[in-house]
Design a protein around this ligand. Structure first.
Ligand SMILES: NC(=O)c1ccc[n+]([C@@H]2O[C@H](COP(=O)([O-])OP(=O)(O)OC[C@H]3O[C@@H](n4cnc5c(N)ncnc54)[C@H](OP(=O)(O)O)[C@@H]3O)[C@@H](O)[C@H]2O)c1
Length: 385
């Protein structure tokens, strides 16, 4: 049997929540979703259930009993790989200026946008798998000074700051606070009553950025979803190179490692490096295996002279052998510390290479050499370590 990631998304009967749920359903993720309106939620559930396992519970995120029910549902799915606090209250429409803002209405906005997301994470903490990802959907209104947006915007500012501190307090989790950008949704229409909002992009355009956060290795922090979705020029070139006919028809590089201690290796790569499980065959009758996502794949070929030079720079001359993993990471020191927490040992101190990387060579308990690398701000670039 294959186990796939499980995610809890609040507010998934329409708008961004539904667009994200649809995309993850196509990828086979197990979904726990909610919304207050039972009819729209049931319609979403029925559609999503054609692709994946879905538990949909109608309720209000501001209700503690409903939050507990969501967490219990997550438990029946074996725990959570991710939580997305997406459900949100815009407040009164038209948007009142702050000096006219009814305070009880503001309290309701804060209950939905600030207190409920934190309370849900508090309730779900026991169900979070190692390295789980927490996405709090915020807004540019949380950082800008748009007149009329002071109630909703200040609630999103509070959610941003909660997220910021949560990230500092929980370095073992990935905490993201994400501005999805303007989207053509009911909430946006409510914010601009009677106006034509057809020029705003649909929520589907913000989903690829959220997928980057859910499946990539980005560090905790604030992101704008649609900027993430824009691959850099280099990435675009690499992507088209990977899919072009010149790639010889090869669609995926999968490096298959036979390991002595499966659980230790799984902890090292999954929890230490934060690589997501893409396919899980851990309960097969013939043995156990998993496939882990590891970003872009390339094959580097080195002759013996170049391999010896690389080993001399990175590993004090210790030889990696015919296969070495070279993994680009945003922060070599952090990644090296996480790997060491899972049994890897440094082969040599971190090195500034002549080809423009800061790199650290480690050895796993199986003897595999891993080069962690990041662009060295002090040097040029050859591209790998
Ligand atoms: N649209 C934009 O331009 C924009 C811009 C920046 C940020 N955002 C943020 O993006 C996120 C998604 O917004 P959207 O535009 O997709 O909104 P939307 O279309 O109005 O959808 C909101 C979803 O949340 C549910 N929901 C609302 N309040 C809830 C509650 N108290 N408990 C449970 N579910 C609740 C809604 O269903 P029910 O009403 O049936 O409960 C619906 O499924 C929000 O966090 C929003 O603040 C949106």
């Amino acid at each position: 049997m294959t186990t796939t990631p499980t995610i809890l998304i609040t507010g998934a009967s329409r708008g961004l929540g539904l667009a994200l749920a649809r995309s993850l359903a196509q990828r086979g993720w197990t979904l726990v979703i909610d919304a207050r309106g039972a009819d729209a939620l049931e319609q979403a559930r029925a559609e999503l259930a054609r692709s994946t396992r879905v538990i949909a519970l109608a309720g209000d995120v501001t209700d503690a009993a409903h939050r507990s029910a969501l967490v219990e549902a997550a438990q029946t799915c074996g725990g959570l790989d991710a939580v997305v606090n997406n459900a949100s209250d815009l407040g009164p429409s038209p948007l009142p200026p702050l000096l006219d803002y009814p305070i009880e209405a503001l309290a309701a906005v804060y209950r939905a946008n600030v207190l409920a997301p934190l309370a849900l994470l508090q309730a779900a903490r026991g169900q979070l798998k190692p390295g789980a990802r927490l996405l709090n959907i915020t807004s540019d209104a949380g950082v800008e000074d748009y007149p009329g947006w002071g109630g909703y915007g200040s609630s999103k500012a509070a959610l941003e700051q909660l997220s910021h501190v949560l990230a500092a307090e929980n370095p073992d989790l990935r905490v993201y606070w994400v501005d999805p950008g303007d989207m053509r949704t009911q909430m946006h229409q409510d914010a601009f009553p009677g106006e034509d909002i057809s020029d705003r992009p649909p929520p589907e355009e913000s989903v690829p950025g959220l997928l980057d956060l859910l499946t990539g290795a980005l560090p905790s922090g604030r992101y704008r979803a649609r900027e993430l979705a824009q691959p850099a020029a280099d990435d675009q070139a690499a992507e088209s190179a990977a899919t072009a006919p010149q790639a010889g028809g090869v669609k995926e590089l999968r490096l298959a490692l036979t390991v002595d201690d499966f659980d230790q290796a799984l902890a090292l790569y999954r929890d230490g490096l934060g690589l997501p499980i893409v396919t899980d065959w851990t309960d097969g009758a013939t043995g156990r295996s998993v496939v882990l996502g590891a970003g872009a794949a390339t094959i580097e070929l080195l002759d013996h002279a170049d391999a010896a030079y690389t080993d001399s720079v990175e590993a004090g001359g210790q030889q990696a052998g015919p296969v070495r993993l070279a993994l680009e990471t945003p922060n070599v020191a952090d990644a090296a510390a996480r790997l060491q927490a899972h049994g890897a040992e440094p082969v040599a101190p971190p090195a500034h290479t002549s080809w423009g990387n800061l790199t650290q060579r480690l050895r796993t308990p199986d003897g595999m050499h891993i080069s962690l690398y990041q662009p060295d701000p002090e040097a040029g670039d050859r591209g790998e370590g």
